[in-house]
Design a protein around this ligand. Structure first.
Ligand code: GLC
Length: 784
């Protein structure tokens, strides 16, 4: 496809190559990030994921060698050879990533697939060759992480996937090649080597992670540019930071979005919604959000209300608000084809809808029957959609849930030849499909931001790389299966490693009928997923916390209350993630990447760096083995201490989710509340564990963008543990009204004396801890 290098030239941060048959270029984005590009479709990057490519190339050299051109940045060596083969080394010359010198050689499938198909089996096929194909050498111990919401395990090695946003309501299983999201980014890890690759191509793309041959892995696409980023770094954290510097960080959300959310298809009419709200409060379940699914709309017409079910939606929503409930409404892209319906008429008049190949408005069937599809690739259509958000906000809606935006229709994906305007680069569905949901979310985000001036809360089912800066995501239509509970852990962890920190699953499962035991175990994971929403399908068994028995209700209450106590810790993680790109839910490998025992842990995760969660994922199971990585860990429930780098056996009856706290942790807690804002939190609880540690706690108004102008407070707690425990409290930033007091829970009982700024403090003795209250000012606590 390229042939031999004929010449090369350097211009600013780019090295341009002329090959016998094509041209290519290497761009130094920064010393760790290199772009490999060939204009097979567009002359330059045409990215939907990267909005502001920041260039900080530093100094680099280019030198012609025997059989290649060598580019040296401050940290990497990049060798470009004939046929545009590109190899990467660290600055000492250690190989990181090499193009494979040979052609693909897929394994042989013996026997006949057709006879299998006659019986109704699916016969697997090897992937054909693709217009673009980058084949990389695979090493013995290489592991792969990321790739978005794919099914299966944490490590993607040995499997192949496709990026083609897919809504398939049958049970999601390991053999699925694609689901709702296309995040063409992965991280590879082997002994002393870690890097990431982001293949920025929105066409259908293919990722074979060493399935068809043990000697290589490859990624490819049907069309578009050859455009990928090699992202080097010292550890997975560096890679995530660089990747999210390119595609964007999950922004700090409004704090109520981190509360518990109750949903079902569908809570309607108004009386049913109120009944749910009342029940939630009566049953003492903290909750901030109730979701309205498609039934609130008039004949499934977007941006309308069914007046027979919601005669006065403004009043209903404002009454719910009085009781501490925000309402989030679902919206689909499909606009009902009906003359006289304002949204349809305006869209048609302004040519905001996608067309067929003959230029006629494209029509397909979704909830409202015949529907047309906004062309979100068009700036004007996006602005119009953004402006429509005002209609929902005026009704009192607090967040928007974008669904069916793969885009899905009742006849499967739209045909390839549906036409899109694409900001003046007219194209068809093949290029837009994977970014349709992304662009819809961008429009939604911008609209909510414009008309509410609060941090927008958008949920989307379909996404592309970079959607994380606009929207939270959920993993779509799972089922009330134990297998789906199990799979939710690696799915969410890989979403986090793909930049999507704010994610969650339908707690309890969407389709099929849940059981009390399954919901009890699911809520124990849900408590630690940033998006914490119980949602279920129409016509399934009721799935609210109280829908089973007293025990299930009390377990739901226990974990939802735990979530509300941990809210300041979670909010700190989100704030931190906005700067670092680090997700809330983390596989152990993110913090312990040199520990071979953690590279494939699918059933444990870290909630931030300090809390390890080892959920129960099987029916009837009441104990499990927990691997604790290096350091000391404290059982959250019993306060027993364990040395790390060992497996412990933990008894976990139905109300216990094994949770371990890292030694030296300082975990901020809030007092109990039914919803965010019910009480003004004047006292921050500090749950402190023996050992050395440092922790920063962030505080702001929880909803506006004022924090960007310095209206926030930042506390730093530094703990040194010797013969006595010394905790230094500093206010690093004081742009927002702080707390009045700190209530310290120190998890140790053999304590004689507590001093704060040299004055004695009274403390009370609990069974595993001591407690005392001090003013929330700077100073030093000494515990001896
Ligand atoms: C889709 C969504 C689901 C929703 C349903 C009805 O299946 O994934 O969450 O409840 O549509 O709107």
């Amino acid at each position: 496809m390229f042939g031999k290098i004929k010449s090369y030239s350097i211009e600013e941060n780019k090295v341009f190559f002329v090959f016998e048959e094509n041209v290519g270029r290497i761009e130094v984005i920064n010393p760790w990030v290199i772009n490999i590009f060939s204009p097979l479709k567009y002359n330059d990057h045409y990215s939907r994921a990267i909005e502001n490519l920041e260039l900080q190339p530093g100094s680099f050299t280019v030198e012609e060698k025997n059989c290649c051109v060598e580019i040296r940045t401050e940290t990497l060596i990049v060798r470009v050879c004939d046929n545009f083969k590109v190899n990467f080394y660290d600055k000492n010359g250690t190989k990181l990533c090499e193009d494979y010198e040979f052609t693909r050689e897929p394994f042989i499938r013996r026997g006949y697939g057709n006879i299998l198909e006659e019986e109704g089996h699916k016969s697997e096929k090897n992937s054909d060759s693709h217009k673009i194909e980058i084949i990389k050498r695979l090493y013995g111990d290489e592991k792969f992480y990321g790739l978005g919401d794919k099914t299966g395990h944490l490590n993607k090695r040995g499997y192949s996937y496709e990026m083609w946003n897919t809504d398939d309501p049958s049970p999601h299983v390991e053999s699925y090649k694609s689901l709702y999201k296309s995040i063409p980014f992965f991280i590879t890890l082997r002994e002393n080597c870690v890097f990431g690759i982001f293949f920025d191509n929105t066409y259908k793309s293919y990722f074979d992670m060493g399935k068809e041959n043990e000697n290589y892995y490859y990624f490819g696409a049907d069309d578009g540019n050859l455009d990928y980023y090699f992202i080097g770094g010292n550890n997975i954290r560096d890679i995530l930071l660089s990747y999210t510097n390119l595609t964007g960080k999950t922004p700090l959300p409004q704090i109520w979005t981190l509360g518990y959310q109750q949903s079902r298809w569908g809570y309607a009419p108004e009386s049913r919604v109120k009944e749910i709200a009342e029940e939630i409060r009566k049953k003492d379940i903290p909750c901030d959000v109730i979701h309205l699914d498609i039934d609130y709309m008039d004949k499934y017409k977007v941006f309308t209300w069914d007046k027979s079910r919601f005669p006065d939606e403004k009043k209903t929503l404002s009454e719910l608000k009085q009781d501490g409930f925000k309402v989030v409404t679902i919206i689909d892209p499909g606009v009902k084809k009906e003359t006289g319906y304002e949204i349809y008429d305006r869209g048609l008049e302004n040519k905001y809808f996608a067309t067929d190949k003959d230029g006629l408005t494209y029509v397909n069937k979704v909830w409202p029957g015949d529907a047309v599809f906004p062309d979100f690739s068009q700036i004007k259509a996006r602005t119009w959609w953004a402006d429509n958000q005002k209609l929902m906000l005026e009704a009192g809606v607090a967040g928007i849930w974008n669904d069916m935006n793969e885009p899905a229709s009742f006849n499967g994906p739209l045909p390839d030849d549906v036409q899109f305007e694409n900001e003046g680069r007219n194209t068809n569905h093949r290029e837009i499909h994977n970014v349709y949901g992304h662009l819809m979310s961008k429009a939604t985000y911008e609209g909510i931001k414009k008309y509410s001036s609060k941090r927008p809360f958008v949920i989307t089912r379909a996404a592309y790389a970079g959607t994380q800066k606009y929207s939270t995501v959920w993993t779509g239509d799972n089922q009330s299966f134990w297998e789906h509970l199990r799979m939710s852990v690696p799915m969410l962890l890989n979403l986090g490693l793909s930049g999507f920190s704010f994610c969650g699953t339908d707690v309890g499962g969407f389709s099929f009928d849940c059981t009390g035991e399954l919901l009890s175990r699911w809520v124990q994971i849900g408590c630690f997923t940033p998006l914490f929403r119980n949602h279920s399908c129409a016509h399934t068994r009721d799935q609210e916390p109280w829908a089973f028995d007293e025990e299930t209700l009390s377990i739901n209450r226990k974990y939802i209350k735990l979530r509300y106590r941990l809210l300041p810790y979670l909010y700190d993680l989100m704030w931190n993630g906005e700067n670092t790109g680090l997700p809330v839910m983390r596989p152990l490998v993110l913090h312990y990447e040199h520990d071979n025992n953690v590279k494939e842990i699918n059933d444990e995760f870290l909630f931030g760096e300090n809390i390890l969660v080892a959920p129960i994922l099987e029916q009837g199971k009441n104990f499990r083995a927990v691997y604790l990585p290096e350091g000391q860990w404290i059982d959250y429930w019993t306060k027993e201490k364990y040395k790390g780098k060992q497996i412990v056996l933990k008894e976990a009856p139905i109300d216990i989710c094994p949770i371990y706290i890292k030694q030296g942790s300082i975990i901020p807690n809030y007092p109990d509340q039914n919803y965010i804002g019910e009480i003004k939190v004047k006292e921050l609880i500090l749950d402190i564990y023996e050992g050395n540690g440092i922790y920063s706690h962030y505080l702001d108004d929880g909803e506006s963008f004022n924090y960007k102008n310095g209206e926030y407070s930042l506390y730093e707690f530094k703990k040194v543990s010797n013969a006595e425990e010394v905790i230094q409290i500093r206010k690093v930033h004081t742009g927002f009204e702080g707390y009045e007091t700190f209530k310290v829970i120190f998890n140790k009982i053999a304590v004689n004396e507590v001093l704060f700024n040299d004055k004695k403090v009274e403390f009370t003795q609990g069974s595993n801890s001591i407690e005392f209250i001090i003013p929330a000012v700077e100073g030093t606590i000494i515990i001896r």
